[in-house]
Ligand binder design. Sequence first.
Ligand SMILES: *Cc1c(COP(=O)(O)O)cnc(C)c1O
Length: 212
Amino acid sequence: MIKENLTNIQKKLPSGVTLVAVSKFHPVERLMEAYDAGQRVFGENRPQELAMKVPLMPSDVQWHFIGHLQTNKLKLVLPYVSLVQSVDSLHLLEAISAWAVANKRVIDVLLELHLGAEETKQGFTEDEIMALVAGEGVRIRGLMGMATNTDDMSVVEQDFARIEGLYRRIQGLGLPDFDTLSIGMSGDWPLAVRHGATMVRIGTDIFGPREY
Ligand SMILES: *Cc1c(COP(=O)(O)O)cnc(C)c1O
């Protein structure tokens, strides 16, 4: 099943778009099925779960952190990930920078954009992102966004169009490493690809429903 799901997605995914298999809440045996089918990039959203899974999976897995990250959990996450997709505040960016300098590392991050109108969602506003200057030890690789949680695809499309526009504006500034637009999940990734996604984060369409 997992293998077929991956194959079906990869068939439709343009080359150059990175598929992140969102494996949160799924046991390591399921991740290994995906690994054996060739998948190498996995996304997790809880620090403890990530730290538990890392030593159980082969060492060539690339882990992305995609959930809300508290600054007191950095050491559970930063040593193991190749990308933190969910930097949603200046406070967090500064804390990652400080950790990176202290540990002589450079951490790749995406800035999580606040899309749609949902009040509770974490994330930067467009103005905040335009004003940002990266600190030492962090490399801002691009933007991550989640569309408004709705079945109305015209709303989702508006969200993607906005983040794509912002992404292109920032790219126009000529930032050297700014090359990643992470939008699109199980329900909406084909639309995200049409709006310039270079990375999609897919859980349910690969692993089936999660049991919380
Ligand atoms: C869980 C999650 C996904 C994957 O969601 P699916 O609908 O299962 O594909 C993508 N991005 C983030 C940030 C998530 O937390």
